[in-house]
Ligand binder design. Sequence first.
Ligand code: GDP
Ligand code: ADP
Length: 193
Amino acid sequence: MTGASGVGKGTLRELWLRDQNVFFSVSKTTRQARPGERPGLDYHFVTEEEFVAELAQNGFLEHAEFAGNRYGTPKGPIEAALASGQDVILEIEVLGAMQVRQQSSEAVLIFIMPPSLSELRRRLEGRATENQAQIERRLTRAREEILEAHNFDYVVMNDDLERAVLDMHAIQRAERSRSSRISREALKQIVES
Ligand SMILES: Nc1nc2c(ncn2[C@@H]2O[C@H](COP(=O)(O)OP(=O)(O)O)[C@@H](O)[C@H]2O)c(=O)[nH]1
Ligand SMILES: Nc1ncnc2c1ncn2[C@@H]1O[C@H](COP(=O)(O)OP(=O)(O)O)[C@@H](O)[C@H]1O
């Protein structure tokens, strides 16, 4: 999942993944925790030194800088989840999504779209977790990110939240039905059953 800061990724994801046995990847970030954010559940909050050390050990599947902070997806937990057959959900910005696309032909890239820039501003200001300068920085980046939406497999408009949740379920169902996801062995089992 990718989309401008404040578009509603976190809100949408909580509703979409409720009651699902999928693995949500908890990123590492050098950003300060916001009030109410739960270390280890929302993010692993790390120092610049810790981030660089993990990078040097090739510990990230992808990583990027966003609005002055660094973010990365720890590789180990994802490999373990995939090996156990779980679907893995990443909530990352555009540059990271492109790195994932290069590494995995199986990745499904979904761009969450705001109805308008003015509504995005309203949501960021309403959330009240960033100061005005940080909000402006995120809106500038949002314009650039939105223009990258054509590089994604799907675009989900987050105007009406309930409908956007249904769209996420629809994409998930369609992707799970792709013929390329059925193994030769599974086909043989059906023929021989
Ligand atoms: N590339 C990358 N981006 C991430 C990662 N974790 C979070 N992000 C993105 O970084 C951006 C900023 O995240 P955050 O500071 O939590 O702000 P928010 O999106 O406004 O809640 C968002 O686009 C996130 O999706 C990560 O591990 N890798
Ligand atoms: N469809 C929607 N309509 C109106 N407000 C929304 C919608 N989705 C999310 N929001 C609100 O927008 C703000 C930003 O949402 P959030 O999930 O924190 O975004 P993100 O994770 O993309 O930065 C929150 O206050 C949230 O309640």
